[in-house]
Design a protein around this ligand. Structure first.
Ligand code: RUB
Length: 311
């Protein structure tokens, strides 16, 4: 349990960040933990892994990609009617491998389809750090297209620096701006396309992504710039179809101001990590099955991932 707790802490502290990385790391941590369990009773084993499942799925509330993976693995494990704990462990290992493969293949396909939307000599504006977005940009660059990228620093934890570093490392011309310059840059520099990632997609086709994303979407609408969201469909929240609302993660106020003067008794700090972008502000989703309007998400998800539907 100690190693699992350490890994949970890595996700909590954002040492591991971004929905895809969180899902991959969370599932690998779950698998490591399962392998360490030394017990022979099926019931004891299921109780222990249910406990780990509970902790992992609640670390970052706005992350259905990890929740979908855990849900799929737990449902399949419980359906195997064996008293052999080793058989259950083997099945969990195989199902985690399957889900991790879905994730890796998804980002490859997203890069392929997304790069087709990026034209030569274009400038792309992005926000935060999304592996789906950087894969598209890297692929476009590797295909020989000359692209420029503008990225916001993404306060309070500066995930924009991860994007800037990844892209500059391979020679993409990258410019960093402060978050509040998002509107200014669109009005003063030629931007061809705005591209962001996603943490969650609801049944209505609403996307949840890093705080600041809705501002960017409004700026895109105001200036008639295509606004795309690159995300695997594994970020769809199936519970939203049964009425649940996606929860916005509120992060520690210390991320915004570590040591405010203690005499400021009436000061409050709020640190929401994500916000919603309604589907009418999104030109299209770029996913592993192609590019389509957000309103089609539940239909496509049910068709391609029926085994991930749960109430
Ligand atoms: C990261 C963030 C990313 C999405 C998508 O927020 O909002 O845009 O998670 O990332 P945080 P990816 O840093 O708080 O986790 O495309 O890699 O899944």
């Amino acid at each position: 349990m100690e190693e699992l707790n350490n890994n949970i802490q890595k996700i909590k502290s954002l040492e591991v960040q971004g929905a895809t990385n969180v899902a991959k790391f969370g599932l690998k941590s779950f698998n490591q933990y399962v392998k360490t369990l030394d017990m022979t009773s099926r019931d004891d084993f299921l109780t222990k892994i249910e406990e780990a499942n509970y902790f992992l799925r609640n670390i970052r509330p706005t992350e259905p990609c990890l929740r979908n993976g855990l849900q799929c693995i737990m449902t399949k494990a419980k359906k195997i009617l064996t008293d052999q704990v080793d058989t259950l462990k083997y099945a969990i290992d195989k199902n985690i491998e399957m889900y991790l493969n879905f994730l890796s293949n998804a980002n490859e396909k997203i890069a392929k389809y997304g790069a087709r939307r990026i034209v030569d000599n274009s400038t792309i504006l992005t926000h935060c750090h999304s592996s789906a977005v950087t894969e598209i940009l890297k692929k476009s660059h590797n295909e020989g297209k000359k692209i420029k990228v503008i990225v916001s620093e993404t306060r309070p934890l500066f995930q924009g620096r991860i994007t800037a570093k990844e892209l500059s490392d391979i020679g993409i011309e990258t410019t960093m701006i402060v978050d509040s310059a998002m509107r200014w840059i669109v009005r003063h520099k030629p931007i061809d396309l705005i591209l962001i990632g996603a943490d969650s997609i609801t049944v209505e086709g609403t996307v949840l992504n890093k705080i600041g994303s809705k501002l960017l979407a409004l700026v895109a609408e105001e200036n008639n710039i295509p606004f795309y969201v690159a995300a695997t469909m594994l970020k769809y929240n199936p519970e939203s179809a049964f009425g649940d609302l996606e929860i916005i993660e509120m992060r520690n106020e210390k991320e915004i101001w570590e040591n405010p003067p203690s005499n400021l008794k009436t000061l409050k700090i709020l640190n929401p990590a994500f916000e919603t972008i309604s589907r009418d502000l999104i030109s299209a989703l770029i996913t592993e099955i192609g590019v389509f309007p957000p309103v089609l998400i539940s239909e496509k998800f049910e068709y391609y991932y029926p085994f991930l539907i749960y109430e």
